[in-house]
Design a binder for this molecule. Structure first.
Ligand code: ADP
Length: 280
């Protein structure tokens, strides 16, 4: 089957800017299936995400979280189904920022933080593709917003893990992204760097945000909606409705600890069991 044109789009590529339908959700996914060769990684994913909302995509390793973000970004094709961003299925959206897992980036690449953030402007540069003073000023402002104003000249590989994630956020800000897809932004960060990233994400008020996460506690407390995956969709909705013991057991099997606290909050622990594991 020919994949819908929307997910063929690559973010950042200069194309005719899609005209958004103001009455449409930021993201509408219908019966999405994604395969790698013969292997089905995602099946029957269907949900709508309202404009300006925050979605945590959770599930065990191999559940398809990254695949979902990549499908929306147009990095992987869908085998079936459709994806529409702001109601349109165009060749490309300059409004989508895809921020990959840090492990997928070659941090030895000789580029400064300033230039990496400027890459977010590529889709908005004029025909000559040369940054103008306004683009440089947008990049400087974005770096300042994430507290990296003195790091612009550093090579990206010289930044700390937390700074690298903040640099990604600056890139999305410089891009003026309206849909931000952030894959595992908290992985490998210490608590204070995690909090900095979460605070910055909270400040991106105008954007709709999808974040792939492992921490179910953060999904419950910092996000409007949760999508629980294990190849297929086990739940989508408000955190309190999705993060229920039975659904979580279906996702994680026995690789999960749940503790009822005095305040009634369920504390859950993802031990990074994989979707293929036969959890006890
Ligand atoms: P998660 O992000 O939840 O850990 P992924 O989306 O990375 O899950 O992976 C979903 C499934 O697709 C897994 O079974 C994984 O092995 C498989 N997969 C992911 N990327 C590829 C790829 N490039 N080629 C083949 N299989 C892949």
């Amino acid at each position: 089957m020919i994949p819908p044109r929307s997910i063929m789009a690559r973010p950042g590529r200069r194309t005719t800017e899609a005209v958004h339908d103001p009455s449409a959700p930021a993201l509408r996914i219908r019966d999405l299936h994604v395969s790698y060769g013969e292997r089905l990684a995602l099946e029957a994913i269907t949900f709508d995400l309202p404009v300006g909302s925050r979605l945590a995509v959770v599930g065990p390793n191999g559940a398809g979280k990254s695949t979902l973000l990549k499908a929306v970004a147009g990095i992987v094709r869908c085998a079936d189904g459709s994806i529409a961003v702001h109601g349109v299925v165009p060749e490309g959206h300059t409004c989508i920022a895809y921020l990959p897992q840090r492990s997928e980036v070659d941090w030895r690449f000789p580029i400064t933080a300033f230039d990496a953030v400027m890459m977010g402007r590529i889709g908005r540069l004029g025909p000559l593709r040369r940054p103008k003073e306004r683009d440089r000023s947008v990049v400087r402002e974005a770096l300042a917003l994430v507290g990296l104003e003195d790091r612009g000249k550093r090579r990206i590989g010289e930044l700390s893990g937390g700074e690298q994630q903040r640099m990604f956020i600056a890139r999305a800000i410089a891009q003026e992204a309206e849909l931000v897809l952030f894959d595992e932004p908290l992985a490998g960060l210490d608590i204070s760097s995690r909090n900095e990233v979460l605070d910055l994400l909270a400040q991106l008020r105008k954007a709709t945000i999808l974040v792939a996460l492992h921490d179910l506690g953060i999904a419950a407390t910092h996000f409007d909606f949760v999508l629980l995956l294990r190849g297929r969709m086990l739940g989508f909705g408000r955190p309190v409705d999705v993060l229920q013991p039975e659904t979580l057991r279906e996702a994680y099997g026995g690789a999960l600890r749940m503790v009822s606290t005095e305040s009634g909050i369920l504390v859950v622990h993802d031990t990074a069991c994989t979707a293929e594991d036969r959890c006890p």
